[in-house]
Design a protein around this ligand. Structure first.
Ligand code: HEC
Length: 118
């Protein structure tokens, strides 16, 4: 049994390391999304977890958590604008955003839903 102990210890160590690496990767993906939202001027009307002019990103994520094709739908809303979904104020088309970035930001918004984790 004693022979296996060092092996077991290094296995636990390796698993711990790879879990830490995965967490770091997730965190940097999240901040890349936030960076994009900032650099595309989204955060002048939105906040991550509070209503501003537009709904909180986390609340959008919650509403679309179980919706099929949500990422594509949100990317379209970003590119074409949205009205009447959340309140009286419409979101103008964000025509400065590229297709690729709209998809990345939509995926980031959806990733903010905590319910997906559990
Ligand atoms: C001028 C203010 C403003 C800016 C800038 C803005 N938004 Fe919005 N956004 C809003 C408002 C207001 C709504 C709610 C519109 C509605 O009721 O349909 C909204 C709604 C949304 C929705 C939900 C759409 C849906 O289909 O339910 C998403 C996603 C979104 N915004 C993302 C973004 C992103 C990403 C950016 C940056 C590229 C951005 N917004 C920039 C004001 C803004």
């Amino acid at each position: 049994m004693l022979i296996f102990k060092p092996l077991f210890t290094s296995l636990v160590f390796a698993v711990t390391i790879s879990m830490a690496a995965a967490t770091t990767a997730q965190a940097s993906e999240a901040s890349a999304g936030l960076q994009l939202a900032r650099s595309n001027n989204c955060m002048s009307c939105h906040q991550v977890d509070q209503k501003r002019v537009g709904p909180a990103m986390t609340v959008i994520a919650e509403r679309f958590a179980d919706t099929e094709g949500a990422a594509a739908h949100l990317a379209q809303s970003i590119l074409k604008g949205s009205r009447g979904q959340w309140g009286p104020v419409p979101m103008p088309a964000q025509s400065h955003v590229t297709d690729a970035n709209a998809k990345l930001i939509a995926a980031w918004i959806l990733s903010l839903n905590d319910k997906k984790v559990d």
